[in-house]
Design a protein around this ligand. Structure first.
Ligand SMILES: [Zn+2]
Length: 707
């Protein structure tokens, strides 16, 4: 130990820290977790959520006090990079091995999973995964099972067995593709018993098993084997221009790629969302471009992916858009007309795949829309029920591209037979996993843009939308406020659920940039909340032209042109949409010192009705929230306004909320959260047939009743 360093590896990360490991000495389970986290930290070693690790140690049987062999293994689900003790399953090793006596053959394979539960040693265990017997039936103290692209490239090559034998001089065994389960465990055991000198086993079309007597030995063995696979592939690729038989077309410039992708994303989103609302992800990663621009795209893309993890995430194959990189996307209708048939064709292909391969007890067909959409010369879109699923699908397809690249370089790439792929995709155990997932939230799959959401009411609205499952786009004209809100949201909801974009609602170019950014990051827009605002309270003669223009620019022109840009995106999607305009009681109630603000609010209110009248055909609903006297956290109340009002009423600033509450019918203080809840009420699904409405959230002010 201690002689190995990162210098020994070019294709994998050597992260073992002796001091950290020494502190864990004697606790094999802690060392297993440490090793797992190091392996999971390098995506070249295993894909997200892929693979599992284990160790076998002596424990004390709580039933007898006797020493007993225990298998600790990553449980079902979870990711190695973040694996903790509560993500492990611990099983009585002898009981697990004893299952061989009751094993009734591959037809009864799924029944074994229930029996794994009978072997549980630690009652805090996570459910044992289907890979448990693969580790349990091999005799080694520490075992890694990973899905490294470099190894799968060999595993998915046409002559995988020969390459594996030659490359490793017979020190890596080879077992042909077989769905994981008890029988595959028996095959691994047989392979080892026939070749007792081997240091690992390659699983055809799947991945790698490697092992060692200690956590460290196992780690090093794993790294060395994967490094060797990667070197072998890179050495075979002498001529980079020959990868995938060379490039057929060239990419647009980065700027142009992003422009095309932003223009197209909402149209694709609409096509993908025929069953449920999908969220998008786009990448123009160089590995993607190399593949989608290549001569081999047409041959390889329809073949489908190999490793089960890949196609479970990406579907059996991608949709390649037969659209020129420079296609003119300025007329959405004609583009829709052009590409919709390809989505229909894909759905028909998928339905046919389902019908051809289904069994009597197969779960019902799932959404037949493509997950991965390739646009040669531009990049790759992925669409899924939420942003993280879409992003992860995209990462998995890059894994699949790496595998095809490697396989084709060393031999000929082979995908899994379609029936095998189907049996995995519609495996009853997979279905059970899906059924265990939490039901979607009311706004899952929706994308909400809230203007002026760096603070105050806007931030509260965005927060509510995010907590109800929407992807939210925070926008503000104040960079620092926006950044701090963004960080707060990332902590609360994760980086996938939130995006941020500087936006000055009075500038056409700023609006376009924000709309393009959102289309690129999320795929489109479903909910627009026009909330950005400011207030100026002055007497008629004190109002300057500048005051007037500012109020009308932000409040009226802002609502008009942000809506206009969002509606363009909504129309491209053809999925309807929601616009909520945050107006004010002052749109209806007249008082002194409010000529600019109050009349601009009245213009916003009537503009909302006009928008509602015009957008009904597109199923875009436009509704208004009329708040009043929201003081907490509101931007409007800073900058002297609150002081001015307090002075006018002859009270202190702290007394304002109570003062305003007393003026209302319900005697309520109005909070930003109240406005946020009202917004959610409009878009949460119960008011789908309401448009052109005004909902007051003001504690009840008779003078502001709409009539
Ligand atoms: Zn696996």
């Amino acid at each position: 130990m201690g002689t190995v360093t990162q210098k020994d590896f070019r294709h994998v990360s050597y992260l073992w820290d002796e001091a950290t490991a020494a502190a864990l000495a004697g606790d094999e389970v802690a060392l297993l977790l440490y090793r797992s986290n190091l392996l999971g930290a390098d995506l070249r070693l295993t894909n997200y959520g892929g693979g599992n690790t284990s160790c076998k140690v002596k424990g004390t049987d709580p039933l007898s006090g006797e020493p007993v062999d225990v298998l600790w293994i990553k449980g079902s689900g979870g990711d190695l990079g973040t694996l903790k003790r509560n993500g492990l399953s611990a099983l009585y090793l002898n009981r697990l091995k004893g299952l061989e006596k009751v094993y009734q053959g591959r037809e009864q394979e799924d029944k074994m999973v229930a029996l794994f539960n009978h072997c549980i040693y630690d009652l805090q265990s996570k459910a044992p995964s289907i890979d448990t017997p693969l580790h349990g039936l091999l005799p080694f103290a520490h075992i890694d099972h990973l899905h490294p692209d470099a190894a799968i490239a060999i595993a998915a090559a046409k002559d995988s067995e020969r390459i594996t034998k030659e490359l490793f001089g017979g020190t890596i065994g080879w077992v042909p593709w077989q769905r994981p389960g008890f029988d595959l465990g028996l095959q691994l055991k047989k392979c080892y018993e026939a070749n007792p000198h081997i240091r690992g086993i390659m699983l055809g079309s799947h991945g790698l098993f490697t092992w060692g007597n200690t956590a460290y030995d196992c780690y090093i063995n794993t790294l060395q084997v994967i490094e060797k696979c990667a070197i072998f592939i890179e050495e075979k690729i002498q001529d980079q221009t020959a990868v995938f038989s060379g490039q057929k077309i060239s990419s647009l410039s980065e700027n142009e790629r992003r422009k095309q992708a932003a223009a197209l994303a909402p149209i694709i989103r609409g096509c993908c969302s025929s069953n449920q609302s999908m969220v998008g992800h786009f990448t123009d990663d160089s590995r993607v471009l190399e593949f989608i621009n290549s001569n081999d795209l047409e041959k390889l893309a329809p073949m489908g992916t190999s490793c089960p993890d890949h196609f479970l995430r990406t579907k059996i194959s991608p949709l390649v858009l037969p659209l020129a990189p420079t296609a003119n996307l300025s007329d959405p209708h004609s583009i829709q007309h052009q590409i919709l048939p390809f989505f229909e064709e894909y759905r028909a292909m998928y339905a046919n795949y389902y019908i051809t391969h289904q069994h009597e007890d197969s779960p019902a067909m799932r959404d037949p829309n493509p997950v991965i959409i390739l646009y040669p010369g531009v990049g790759m879109f992925s669409f899924a029920k939420d942003k993280s699923t879409a992003r992860i699908a995209s990462e998995f397809y890059i894994n699949a591209i790496n595998v095809m690249r490697g396989s084709e370089a060393i031999s000929v790439y082979t995908s899994l037979p379609k029936q095998e792929a189907f049996d995995i995709e519609y495996w009853l155990l997979e279905e059970a996993k899906l059924k265990r997932m939490a039901p979607p939230k009311p706004l899952s799959g929706k994308i909400a843009l809230v203007t002026g959401s760096g603070g105050g009411i806007g931030k509260a609205i965005a927060h509510k939308m995010a907590s109800e499952g929407a992807c939210v786009v925070l926008t503000d004209n104040h960079a620092e406020r926006l950044e701090s809100a963004y960080q707060e949201f990332v902590t609360a909801f994760g980086k996938d659920a939130v995006a941020a974009c500087l936006l000055d609602v009075t500038q056409a170019s700023s609006i376009q940039t924000a709309i393009d950014t959102i289309a690129l990051k999320m795929g489109g827009i479903d909910i627009l909340v026009n909330n950005a605002g400011l207030s100026i309270s002055k007497s008629l003669e004190e109002h300057s032209e500048k005051d007037w223009d500012l109020l009308y620019s932000v409040l009226v022109k802002g609502q008009m042109f942000v809506s206009q840009a969002a509606v363009k995106v909504m129309r491209k999607q053809q999925m309807g949409g929601d616009i909520i305009n945050i107006v004010s009681k002052n749109a209806l109630v007249s008082g002194p010192n409010n000529a600019g603000y109050g009349s601009a609010k009245a213009a916003q209110l009537h503009l909302s009705r006009l928008q509602a009248a015009e957008l009904g055909n597109d199923k875009i609903r436009v509704n208004v929230i009329n708040p009043d006297a929201v003081i907490t956290g509101s931007n409007i109340w800073s900058g002297g306004w609150a002081e001015g009002r307090a002075k006018a009423y002859g009270i202190r600033v702290e007394e304002l909320p109570e003062f305003y509450a007393k003026r209302t019918l319900l005697h309520e203080i109005i909070l930003p959260e109240d406005i946020a809840n009202a917004c959610f009420a409009l878009v949460g699904g119960l008011l789908q047939k309401s448009t052109g409405n005004t909902l007051n959230v003001d504690g009840g002010i008779a003078a502001a009743f709409v009539r």
